[in-house]
Design a protein around this ligand. Structure first.
Ligand code: UDP
Ligand code: MG
Length: 314
């Protein structure tokens, strides 16, 4: 039997923690009883620099039940960093880790399926929301639009998958190779590789407390996702510049022919041509500089160039 660690980032979650811990303990005890996971398994709450009683609650839980553990960050670093901190802390101790939110919006009954998939040989199991009925119309459409934009920019991302997923120990080790500071985990995980599976579930509403992701944070998160994974926007600028330059050149050609043939030309012709030729050149040049900046940017991430799955060698 393998050891499962649940990793739960918590920021000001005193309202949900008592209920969350109760439900998760039931789940874990059930899994241990049915011998699906080892009794060394743990629920790890990561306190992301909360200002309320979150840490007191976590330490009390740890005192009461050895299944509950806690990690406290020195200050608030945001959901993605808190999650990574938790995963990196537990990776030495577990065979698999599942990350989930403290509000249990993600159905915890699919943990059984996650674990099954793991035993079937998957290193990554993505939790995917089947319906978004509990989300507001606004959140649903913006989220769907976001996944479309990411896909069209060439980013490998799983539709409607947030951060509810299982990672095996070696997938966690793979994740540790990604040293980037602007964290967008759902973009990084597909880059690790290994065999993966998808498990669908229905997302519930938050049962207490309020969302720690206001619109502003959501937008900056989405922007982070795009700019951390794609240099396509820069390429688009280059193409646009080339296009504008080409229009200017075509008009220049037309003007020369017109001059030779003796056709009449509008008085603003030279202005139009110089505007489009120079404007297009400038835009293309900026885009070109951007391409180098983009390359340098990707280099600074020091992403692993490969992760080896097996090495057969007699
Ligand atoms: N969270 C965190 N640090 C933050 C903000 C949020 O650790 O700075 C945690 C939060 O406690 C929760 C998870 O991230 O466990 C997801 O947050 P929330 O449920 O508020 O987001 P939503 O479901 O509304 O997108
Ligand atoms: Mg939530």
């Amino acid at each position: 039997m393998d050891t499962l660690y649940l990793v739960i980032p918590c920021y000001n979650e005193e309202e949900v923690l008592p209920e969350t811990s109760k439900r998760l303990l039931e789940k874990m005890e059930g899994l241990i009883e049915r011998q699906k996971i080892s009794e060394n398994s743990r629920i790890v709450f990561v306190d992301d620099g909360s200002k309320d009683k979150t840490w007191e609650l976590i330490s009390a839980l740890h005192q009461e039940n050895p299944l509950c553990s806690g990690v406290k960050l020195a200050r608030n670093r945001g959901h993605q960093n808190a999650l990574l901190a938790g995963l990196m802390t537990v990776k030495e101790h577990c065979d698999m880790a599942i990350s989930l939110d403290a509000d249990l919006q993600d159905d915890i009954d699919v943990i059984d399926q996650f674990v099954e998939k793991y035993y079937e040989g998957c290193d990554v199991v993505y939790g995917v929301r089947s319906a978004r009925e509990t989300d507001t119309f606004f959140k649903r459409t913006t989220a769907e639009g976001f996944y479309k934009v990411m896909k069209s920019l060439g980013v490998d991302i799983v539709n409607n998958h947030a951060d509810y997923r299982l990672l095996s120990k070696r997938a966690l080790e793979g994740l540790a190779e990604f040293k980037e500071v602007n964290l967008f985990l759902r973009g990084i995980v597909p880059l690790i590789g290994y065999k993966s599976a998808v498990v669908t579930y229905e997302r519930h509403e938050r049962f207490a407390g309020e969302s720690k992701y206001p619109l502003k944070k959501m937008l900056s998160f989405a922007f982070d996702g795009i700019t951390s994974f794609s240099v396509k926007p820069i390429q688009m600028i280059t193409s646009l510049g080339v296009l504008i330059f080409a229009v200017g050149m075509l008009y220049l050609l037309y003007a020369v022919i017109a001059l030779i043939a003796g056709w009449s030309l509008a008085v603003w012709t030279p202005v139009f041509i110089s505007l489009w030729v120079i404007g297009g050149l400038q835009l293309a040049a900026i885009g070109l500089v951007g391409q180098y900046v983009g390359k340098a940017y990707m280099e600074t991430k020091h992403r692993p160039r490969f992760i080896i799955e097996t090495f057969l060698n007699k």
